[in-house]
Design a protein around this ligand. Structure first.
Ligand code: FES
Length: 261
């Protein structure tokens, strides 16, 4: 008996699909959400002012390596900084958490669809005929994700210390709305960071007999967060921007911080 000849389905043109649902809604919302965050965070990072208020420090500016606030680790802007180069403490450090998000497995899937239409959605035709994937330059660079994860974990500890400092006002211990805002920020960022796919692999995912591994309980914790990685990614993205906005508005005198304790 002669085997039937296999035929490939015809290649779809850009946007062509047999889907009848509103497949374009999700990439559109993701595009709008990412674009809003990128515009706001870039604007805030370049300001270089109104990033601290009392014991609060905006997470966009933490750790403040050099700067004018009392939170600066090494004092004011260094003398060797070129005069023609704009200085903002945020620009010295934001590349690290930004790099984590840029190379995150969830975000990659989301922004490849929303920004590059590659493809716009599952089973929807894309605007190009070739697929180089993440095994060639430039997307092979996404493999640095694990190193951004190491840095992000250090940032979680630094931001936790910021919350501790946010409890010490000029008149002693206290808790303000800003303290709560910064604390929620750390919780959400930690839930996002500790649910990372790369961490799940590192913590035991590479083993053949995971259940016998001493890291099994930790692996289960990471897996628990990992199941909602997309949710943590969005909540932490929104809240870190809001935390900066809160500190900024208080510093500008537009909002007034309420002391709870
Ligand atoms: S996969 Fe999202 S932070 Fe690592």
């Amino acid at each position: 008996m002669t085997p039937a000849a296999a035929t490939m389905p015809p290649q779809r043109g850009f946007g062509e699909t047999m889907r009848v649902d509103a497949w374009w809604k999700q990439p559109l919302l993701i595009f709008a959400g990412f674009a809003a965050f990128i515009i706001y965070s870039t604007w805030a990072a370049f300001q270089g002012t109104h990033y601290h208020f009392g014991p609060y420090l905006s997470p966009f500016y933490s750790p403040e390596l050099f700067g004018d606030s009392p939170h600066a680790w090494f004092g004011p802007k260094p003398g060797w900084w070129p005069g023609w180069l704009l200085f903002s403490p945020a620009l010295l450090i934001l590349w690290a958490p930004g790099g984590l998000r840029l190379t995150c497995y969830y975000y990659r899937g989301a922004y490849y669809k929303a920004f590059w239409a590659d493809p716009p959605a599952c089973t929807v035709g894309e605007p190009r005929k070739t697929y180089l994937g993440e095994r060639s330059f430039p997307l092979i660079m996404q493999n640095v994700h694990r190193y951004f994860l190491y840095l992000a974990i250090i940032f979680i500890f630094i931001l936790t210390y910021d919350v501790w400092k946010a409890m010490w006002f000029a008149d002693g211990f206290g808790i303000g709305v800003g303290t709560v805002v910064l604390a929620i920020n750390v919780v959400l960022l930690a839930a996002f960071t500790f649910g990372c796919h790369a961490l799940r692999h590192l913590i035991g995912g590479f083993r053949d007999q995971l259940s016998r591994s001493p890291t099994y309980p930790a692996y289960r914790c990471v897996s628990c967060l990992n199941r909602r990685h997309m949710l943590w990614a969005w909540l932490s993205l929104f809240w870190v921007g809001f935390a900066d906005l809160y500190v900024r508005m208080c510093s500008m005198g537009i909002w007034h911080d309420l002391r709870l304790l």
